[in-house]
Design a protein around this ligand. Sequence first.
Ligand code: S3P
Length: 426
Amino acid sequence: MQERISPATRISGEICLPGDKSISHRYAMLAAIAEGESRIHNYSTGADCHSTLGCVRSLGIAVHEQGSDVTICGQGLDGLKPPAGVLDAGNSGSTMRMLSGILAAQPFTSRMVGDESLSRRPMGRIIKPLSEMGASISAREGGFPPLEIRGAKLRPIDYTLPVASAQVKSCVLFAALYAGGTTVVREPVRSRDHTEIALRELGAGIRVERRVITVEGRPRLTGRELFVPSDISSAAFFLVAALLVPGSELVLRGVGLNPTRSTLLDVLASMGASIRILDVEERNGELVGKILVKSSDMRGGVIEKETTAGLIDEIPVLAILGAASREGLLVRDAGELRVKETDRIATVTENLKRMGIRCEGTPDGMRIPGRQRFRAAGLDSFGDHRIAMAFSIAALLADGVCEIRGADAASVSFPEFFGILRQVAA
Ligand code: S3P
């Protein structure tokens, strides 16, 4: 599917975006192994989180959907059934990596497959700790999907993550629920902590001290009512659009403001963004609030070290902000971008160059000089949802109509994206 996007003269309105993808995955998986019913409100509408629901159903768990409300009838830690066929994670790295932690502890063998993009993503990072815990996992040569997971009685481990990855951390924490004893996970830098919060919320024994997480095995998890905040990574596209299109003013309601995800807001503020946060409250242990953003003269700057891990999914859209900013953007320590749904260093710089933007990809980041103008061009999502959405925002700034090939990739996390974009950019 192609989308044609015209330049915008103003971004305005008040919007409420769909539920957070990261939190939705975790609630669905944990609700399946909790005891009793969980009602999840504002569940992500994206295809990725529906891949998780599909897998949960294939494991014998009843799931009822009514709009974005999802009810899951949890059967407890030992209530999953052997799936009749393969489990399909689609495009979703989160589904494959996190669910593997639960499957590793089951008294049956599961096979999990993914689409072409997921089949190129590294799984060695979860195979290693799960094997140390006693599971046996085979993958395609090089540690790529599909996976065959032979479950076992797991033993607890003390594991230091070699990469900053919340998916890998969550995979080990999920497996730890089944281990006979205390598991310790150590992070090199702090990554999103939705799993830790959700586990506490459902009754697990979990302690977090700085970057060390300790979980007790065999807890009794209890199903409950859960609210998913709007996805701050989806909000990022509209924040950047409103900051860059002159005369804009936008309100985003009910956005997740978990400090391990809101690095984006701190970085934007440090670059000169006019952003106000209002009406902050806590729901199921997660912070939620309203964001008011106005167009601003953005300075640009450097993204590196632990800041990179805190906004890894937002770098494609920040690259666009960088080119329009006064001083440009330098991104370092972001080698992980190369193993996302696409190699995002390659796909971002390719699209930027098509728009006449000078930029340079480096092994672990990119360098984009500031004060540049976007030329209208034919762009490509390369099948990556965040590339489709980031370059729709770039198109708003171009000197003519842009076409984005494969724009439907946006539905992986945010099917409503183009509808909302038209509404605010009217
Ligand atoms: C996610 C963690 C990040 C992120 C992904 C979602 C999560 O991946 O890029 O979109 O929900 O835990 P990594 O764990 O590979 O860094």
